[in-house]
Write a protein that binds this ligand. Structure first.
Ligand code: NAD
Length: 464
């Protein structure tokens, strides 16, 4: 599919900007109509979407449904259930000295938003921000990732049959097209992807003083500490790591395990991998592929790097099929090649540490991650980890699932991102909560106006 011609970009942006000015999403009913249309797009084109996701990432059909199509439908349904409540103005109390009068907060759309998405969940990460933006009454330009071309093409070709093109425009292409888009003035820019491009986006937005949401990545740790069940912990960590072949922003990047649990835990990881994907995961219908050869090469170079004792499981790869087996590395040192950057692939380093406090110290010595996972039955330790570490979000005794709770804001902190969405938090991202104070014209006491004689000064000082 050819990219959107750069000369057409200003016209497309103007078109959705006019859609906003013309009030196409002013009422709740209009927003709901577009959200229902988006839902129909997902239902009617489910098979083609599954095919596109398979072509881009070898995504297994059930993953395509649960993590992309069904996930987005869930986000739409939750929004439809709550939109009336989210849009309702909130009354607030007026201080005695300002009465008579009434005050309220009116949620108001920001205007026209730009959503820039990555390739790893190429449907969900375009459409979940879109649901949030439309629910809040914004028109939107979508920029899907060129690295997942089949999904981008489908969005470009089919979305306009469902959603009004004056409300949502899809621009396809890569760096050049995104750069051209970022030169335009938007009222919000919502970017998901790596931190280097996040900086580019934020710099470009600064030119227009446009607010940004940055959904970035990082090395998300999993801590496994006694008392725990290593079999369950291993199965849940393996699931969270190897879904989408590890190309998940909130995948557990590495594991910090109590030294005395290391052997049992590593063995349990092997068992979990075999029970999920069989002894030859290349033949499993439930295991995805690496998105392209460049990423395949980046990941195999990590395996060729140093700083680990052994490949405890997996390690096989095949560039022609963009396949890397679910892989566990043991005896990993903090200085290992694999510990320097977000892995973003099916390689799981396991590091032995001396208990939860050492794990907390390890995490705090590094950049704030997008997610953190803690496996322990000790509620005191659970709380200690929550209190003493900083991460975008935490799931205790499982992986990934905090992002599936509609009412939990999803986002990073520090280098893993700024701003959060999903559910009401998403509505809020694209909303200006406008304060409105209404006074009557009468009475109009002279007290607050100059000249301020002694008496007025005394009363005014007391009144505040
Ligand atoms: P990517 O290469 O698809 O890039 C993301 C978007 O940025 C694309 O639309 C691309 O066209 C655009 N882009 C790339 N280079 C650009 C440039 N120089 N100027 C302007 N635009 C440019 O995706 P990626 O960045 O490889 O995605 C993987 C990263 O995203 C990982 O770090 C992952 O953790 C993170 N991520 C975060 C979340 C989250 O929700 N926080 C979700 C998924 C992925």
């Amino acid at each position: 599919m050819s990219p959107t011609p750069i000369t057409e970009i200003p016209t497309l942006v103007q078109q959705v900007r006019d859609g906003f000015t013309d009030g196409l999403l002013r009422t709740r009913e209009r927003r709901e109509t577009q959200l229902r249309a988006l839902r129909r797009f997902l239902v009617d084109h489910e098979d083609e979407l599954v095919d596109a996701l398979r072509s881009d990432l070898g995504k297994p059909p059930i993953e395509a449904y649960t993590t992309e199509i069904g996930f987005t439908i869930g986000e739409i349904d939750h929004t439809l259930d709550h939109l009336e409540e989210w849009m309702a103005p909130q009354k607030v109390k007026v201080p005695l000295t300002l009465r008579p009068g009434s005050a309220r907060i009116e949620p108001q759309p920001l205007g026209t938003a730009l959503v820039i998405a990555p390739w790893n969940y190429p449907l969900q990460l375009v459409l979940a921000p879109l649901v949030a933006a439309v629910s809040a009454g914004n028109t939107v330009v979508l920029k899907p990732s060129e690295v997942a071309p089949a999904t981008a093409a489908l969005l470009h070709q089919r979305l306009r049959d469902f959603v009004d093109p004056r409300i949502v425009a899809v621009v396809t292409g890569g760096v050049a097209e995104t750069t051209a888009l970022l030169e335009e003035r938007f009222d919000h820019v919502f970017y998901t992807g790596n931190g280097n491009v996040g900086r580019v986006v934020m710099r470009a937005a600064a030119e227009h003083l446009t607010p940004v949401t940055l959904e970035l990545g990082g090395k998300s740790p999993a801590i496994v500490t006694a008392p725990t069940d290593v079999t369950v912990a291993a199965r849940r960590i393996a699931w969270g790591k190897f879904v989408n072949a590890g190309q998940t922003c909130v995948a557990p990047d590495y594991v910090l395990v109590d030294r005395q649990l290391e052997d049992a835990f590593v063995a349990a990881l092997g068992t979990a991998i075999v029970s999920s994907y069989g002894s030859d995961p290349a033949a499993s219908p439930d295991y995805a592929r690496i998105v392209n050869e460049r990423h395949h090469d980046r990941l195999t170079a990590l395996l060729d790097g140093d700083g680990y004792e052994a490949v405890a499981h997996g390690g096989q790869h095949d560039r022609s099929r963009r396949y890397i087996a679910p892989t566990v590395l043991r005896g990993v040192t903090p200085g290992a090649t694999v510990m320097q950057e977000e892995i973003f692939g099916p390689i799981l380093p396991v590091l032995a540490v001396d208990g939860p406090d050492a794990a907390i110290e390890f995490v705090n010595a590094r950049e704030k991650p997008l997610a953190l996972y803690a496996f322990t039955d000790d509620e005191g330790v659970q709380q200690r980890i929550v209190d003493r570490t900083s991460a975008g979000g935490i799931t205790i005794n499982h992986t990934l699932l905090h992002l599936a709770v509609n009412d939990l804001p999803f986002g990073g902190v520090g280098p893993s991102g700024m701003g959060a969405y999903h559910g009401k938090a998403g509505f809020d991202v694209f909303t200006h909560h406008k304060p409105v104070l209404t006074k009557r014209l009468k009475p109009d006491p002279a007290l607050m106006y100059p000249p301020y004689g002694r008496w007025k000064q005394r009363v005014l000082r007391r009144a505040l």
